[in-house]
Design a protein. Sequence first.
Length: 577
Amino acid sequence: MNIFDQYLDKLKEVLLDCSKNENLILPETLDGITAEIPPSKFESDISTNVAMVLSKINKKAPIDLANILSDKIKKKDQLIDNISVVKPGFINIKFKPIFWTNFVKEIIQNSKSFGINTKENKKNYLIEFVSANPTGPLHVGHCRGAILGDVIANVLEFNKHKVTREYYVNDYGNQIVNFTRSVFFRIRQISFKEPFPKDDEDLYPGDYLIDFARNILSSNRDIDFENFDNISEKLTVLSIEEALKLIKKNLNSLGIKHDNFISEKKMVTNHEVEKVVDLLQKDKFVYKGKIKAPAGENNDNWVEREQLLFRSTDFGDDKDRALQKSDGAWTYFASDVAYHKNKLDRNFDQLINILGADHAGYIKRISSSVEALSKSKVKLICKVSQLVKLIKDKKPFKMSKRKGDYITVDDLINEVGKDATRFIMLNRSSDVELDFDFDNVIEKSKDNPLYYVQYCYARIASVFRNLEKDLNLEIKIDNYDFQYTNDEISILKKISEWPKCIDASCNKLEPHRIPTYLYELAHLFHSYWNLGKDNPEKRFINEKKQITNDKLVFLKVVSNTIKTGMNIVGVSTPEKM
């Protein structure tokens, strides 16, 4: 039940009547008209800007037009108590108490679907996220983007869209050769006591490679590890398998599971790169040319070579992009273009990529390739996950580690747990840097947003527990003739915004709105709960250990909303804390 959509529909009916009978002039579209919760200083439930949207076209002052329309609106709905007009022309609507009784009745009866937009067309999404090089464990830099992608998928699925989660495995190129060599030297270290060549800067130094090496040795006793060149191909496959096992374990510890893992190497060996380049050449998007030195590069050291280039400038990029290196090998970008052609061939309605902060400059070229390949029918949406700063004792925090030159996902989860990791990583918009403060994460106060929301749910659970009722069971009550206080209505107003939160999270791909909403709802509830400390009439359970039906249903509505939101974020709702 989206009360804002409902009142927009009613408002549009009023406007159509006025256009027929009152000579009201309407624009071609009414999309600019909104219905929102007004600021708390106004004792109203819904506010609309309709008069300001229509004032210019009707050559009337917004305040005058608002006064005219408010009378028409009130006559349209018997549930309206009063309407006020405030400068510069907002129409504020106050409902009768029965409105909120009906609201609660409807969302209790439709608790599992409350928040879902049933009007919109449902789409088929492909979300590619994480896609870290398969050369070791996931680190904190990958963590935020992994959670962002997963929760975008969760909220889209909640809203009844179809979603495929995908991981692109970069298992081709020089970094894989160096990774395989690193595993080989660890195997030599274990089997032949040879020192690991630490002075070779191309090698991966992390001790986790010792575990990879041991696993490979124990499962492949028939392989002779004397000469690298003789076994490099087989060892690459085994090393990638070990890396992916660890990465999947890291993802699982975060509560994340991908549907597909797509291999870059298979793209290359199946000649998909050649095929997509041929296709782009036919459409005249590829040519042979030279690229000037990148910004900041010493022009004296830059050698211009003729290369195969993609015309990304046709789509607004600052320069054309190389598809082939001077030695004839395909660039990473070429493989990525082939991968996105593969995505397009699978006929998704919408493609989404989650990229790290260091890949922000890559967005224009890859989105240009999608536009070229789809003939501008498909737009690639890229969301950037900005950096995370770990803070403890008000200063940058470095955890002890043996994994290499970074802090791993497992390090972080072992320190604060999965729930805190997911909730806090999602607590700010992904396009701004995030301070992950360990002191706040373990604090039991409103400064710890996860604790604050979970404690709200636990408080409600304690009421049900004391009444020997199961919070998880659906409530069925025939008599819905309840009366709610102003304190309760202020919380119900917040709950009425839940469908708007879901819509915005889906349409803007901004899932941080959900923990923000949950925190605000929890704050209102805690404030209301605390009123009972000084006023027995405000307590949910009376001295006879009884609860009125209206309060029981009210608690159930709040708990359902919190539970639904926390499920989307992917964190638990403990009943005891």
